[in-house]
Ligand binder design. Structure first.
Ligand code: SAH
Length: 370
């Protein structure tokens, strides 16, 4: 047998072991990520799809993303809305605007609202809990997800008590040295991770994740990320390729690839079989059929944009970020058509478990009208 064949057999064996035992050592993760080939990817995706279908059928959950502020106190080197970007045109939605987004989203069929923003001091605990409790009262059957960065234990607790159910906070990269290459000294991987443990302890359904192909990232870093996922055992994992933004220190860095992102999605599906795994906007931005490829590699969530159209272009985390077309919440029919084309369909539910599909809801609505 040639060396290549031996390698492939060895790596397929690692994938088999990941599937059955849900564990690999750091060295094995690294070997698998570094040694991947198109043949191996197909082998992985087939398994990832089977696991995803076993737990979630062919359903794709939708979450309505409301990007409610692009003010940010932080200065992450990769991010377009970092504090030091004087060209970012800043905006902040009012409570009324946020509630209007929820109302609009509910009509469209969304049952999860994700409030995401920069770390904006204007949104104190008082203001944030007021917004969250108004959404909780107005749409009691919906899940409320927050993605507003690092806050104190007490603050997370107050928001939870006000009615938030889920929290998305990517760990970005596990390794402290790599983390320090992507962030200013005021931020650290340990505080980031502590926030995740706090959120979990409070009772949130937690989502974490990382950028794929961020500057200076090595396969060893990705191996650490996978080991951290195993340890944290989150309900959701969001990953997407790093994409440079022209007004950041990383303007000239190379973007991550759809290929590696999709490979990582497949690995995550094997590691955490029931995890909620979005095919992210960044993946759709880097490759026109990125979301479809993500779904076919084991992803089961998409998060269309529900922000008011006039601010969508201002929440520019990276260049060319999609916010129109099938990325827009209004284009759910088009998204549904794209999913149908690959044999999947959109689920209208909170997405905690399997529920009715969009087509079923529509026929139910029609029946109610007649
Ligand atoms: N302030 C919130 C939300 C951050 S934006 C927080 O701290 O969690 C959401 C995610 O976008 C980030 O976690 C990061 O992983 C991703 N992101 C930011 N800039 C990016 C870039 N240039 N390319 C790809 N993803 C990026």
């Amino acid at each position: 047998m040639s060396a290549l064949h031996t390698d492939t057999a060895d790596l397929k064996n690692l994938i088999d072991r990941l599937e059955t035992g849900r564990f690999l050592t750091r060295e094995e993760w690294t070997r698998l990520i570094r040694g991947r080939t198109p043949d191996l990817e197909e082998y992985l995706f087939e398994k990832a799809r089977a696991i995803r279908i076993r737990h979630y059928g062919h359903g794709v959950f939708i979450r309505g993303l409301i990007e409610f502020t692009n003010y940010c106190a932080n200065d992450c080197y990769y991010c377009g809305i970092r504090r030091s970007n004087p060209h970012a045109e800043r905006y902040r939605l009012t409570k009324e605007q946020i509630l209007a987004c929820c109302g609009h989203g509910y009509e469209l069929g969304f049952r999860t609202f994700v409030l995401q923003g920069g770390e904006d001091g204007w949104f104190t605990d008082e203001r944030m809990t007021d917004i969250v409790s108004s959404i909780r009262t107005g749409w009691p059957d919906c899940a409320i997800t927050l993605s507003i960065g690092e806050r104190s234990y007490k603050s997370y607790q107050r928001l939870y008590e006000a009615g938030a159910n889920r929290y998305l906070l990517r760990h970005e990269t596990y390794d402290a040295v790599h983390y320090a290459k992507l962030h200013p000294p005021s931020l650290s991987s340990s505080s980031r991770q502590q926030c995740l443990w706090n959120l979990k302890e409070i009772g949130y359904q937690v989502g974490t994740g990382f950028m794929v192909g961020s500057p200076y990232q090595t396969p060893e870093n990705l191996a650490d990320d996978m080991m951290f996922l195993k340890e944290l055992n989150p309900q959701m994992v969001g990953i997407g390729p790093f994409i440079p933004h022209h007004d950041t220190p990383f303007a000239d860095k190379e973007a991550g690839t759809a290929e590696l992102t999709i490979f990582m999605l497949g690995l995550i599906r094997l590691l955490l079989p029931k995890v909620l795994l979005p095919a992210t906007t960044a993946l759709g931005t880097i490759s026109p059929d990125g979301r479809e490829k993500g779904i076919l590699a084991g992803a089961n969530v998409v998060m269309p944009n529900l922000s008011p159209p006039q601010v969508r272009e201002k929440y520019l985390l990276y260049d060319n970020k999609l916010c129109t077309g099938d990325e827009a919440a209004e284009s759910l029919r088009d998204l549904e058509a794209r999913m149908r084309k690959i044999g999947y369909h959109i689920e209208v539910s909170r997405g905690d478990s399997l529920n009715v599909s969009l087509a079923q809801t529509e026929s139910k609505n029609r029946n109610e009208i007649h």
